[in-house]
Design a protein around this ligand. Structure first.
Ligand code: A2P
Length: 341
């Protein structure tokens, strides 16, 4: 017997990808329900190659009839509905930032800390990390295990889809407007995103970092190791899908390229594409629609004692969101959730 699954935010960029991922991976579901706001009730969304689902109103859904709900409708919706769903006996896998740092909520990237799923029962909520954090911790985990990471410096190049479908639409519309000489209209991003880059994602904090940069630090420490120091500088770039990161690490043990390549090549979810030649590296356009976290441009950092630099690229809607959520659900049903026969 399969599970009764709901996707909350099913009309959004990540919600649609969640539905696609559930279908692609043949998640053992008896029922998949697509939920969104009342505005979308009756709309149709794709499910799998040929299927469609009719969107229902989240506000009217009875979560006692659902085993697992994947939420991606923003923090406010999660704060209101995830605890209610959890209390009704449904396990929520939440893609928003609402519960990530809650000590009673595990924050999980299955390749890195699958065992943390065991603690889901306190609130019946499991958090999915920020998209930039998810791909980063997959890259860091084998290096941390082998060499002990002390410090990480990371600069991100984050795509418009990190701001959902409205973010992608804004990039498209502004790009068009530039060509036809229309006025640039701006709503999702703080400055023009077409033909520009913006060093500002999420709100500013008192110390000058942005919330996105803070999330990368605290989430990496929660998932991987609270002793790792990490500073991030996050930038939005005019790319539709795929986040890239320039990563600089310092390790406790001596590190060299060959050993770093060996441990990363063996790690699930990571793919090394690193040839010192034209096109011998991966860019966001090539990773869109793919599951892997790609590593390129690896070299030793000669300016610190044990340092390594690499380029890390992944589809932010997949490993950064939908795929990771479905992988958490797979871990949950394989090792934790008991389904009544
Ligand atoms: P809707 O299309 O009905 O507004 P994105 O991040 O791509 O913008 O997607 C956000 C998702 O969250 C959409 O599916 C959106 O549905 C959903 N959503 C937003 N607000 C609510 C709400 N109050 N209740 C339920 N779903 C919501």
């Amino acid at each position: 017997m399969g599970y009764r699954v709901a996707v909350v935010g099913a009309t959004g960029a990540v919600g649609r990808e969640m539905l696609a991922t559930l279908a692609e991976r043949n998640f053992p579901a008896d029922e998949v329900v697509a939920l969104a706001s009342g505005r979308s009730t009756g709309a149709e969304v794709s499910f799998g190659e040929k299927g469609t689902l009719t969107v229902r109103d989240l506000a009217k859904h009875d979560f006692s009839t659902t085993d697992i709900a994947l939420f991606s409708a923003g923090g406010d919706v999660s704060r209101e509905y995830a605890p209610k769903a959890g209390q009704a006996g449904c396990v929520v896998i939440d893609n928003s930032s609402a519960f990530r740092m809650d000590p009673d909520v595990p924050l999980v990237v299955p390749e890195v800390n699958a065992a943390a799923v065991a603690r889901y029962g306190k609130k019946n909520i499991i958090a999915n990390p920020n998209c930039s954090t998810a791909q980063l911790v997959v890259a860091l985990k084998p290096l941390h295990d082998a060499f002990g990471i002390k410090r990480v410096v990371v600069s991100t190049y984050q795509s418009a889809s990190g701001a959902g479908k409205p973010g992608m639409d804004e990039l498209f519309n502004q790009t068009r407007a530039v060509f036809v000489n229309d006025p640039i209209e701006r709503e999702q991003f703080t400055k023009q995103i077409a033909f520009n880059v913006i060093p500002h994602i999420d709100e500013f904090m008192d110390d000058g970092f942005t919330k996105e940069e803070w999330k990368m630090r605290v989430e990496t420490r929660k998932i991987l190791d609270p002793d790792i120091e990490l500073v991030a500088h996050c930038v939005r770039v005019p790319v539709f899908i795929g986040h890239a990161e320039a990563v600089f690490i310092e390790t406790k043990k001596p590190i060299d390229e060959q050993s770093a390549r060996a441990v990363m090549s063996d790690f699930p979810g990571l793919l090394m594409v690193d040839h010192r030649a034209d096109e011998g590296y991966v860019t966001p356009v090539e990773c869109a629609g793919e599951d892997a976290v790609y590593i390129s441009r690896m070299r030793v950092d000669p300016t610190v004692k044990n340092g390594l630099i690499f380029w890390c690229v992944s589809d932010n809607l997949r490993k950064g969101a939908a795929l990771n959520a479905v992988q958490i659900a797979e871990e949950l049903i394989a090792n934790h959730l008991k389904k009544a026969a």
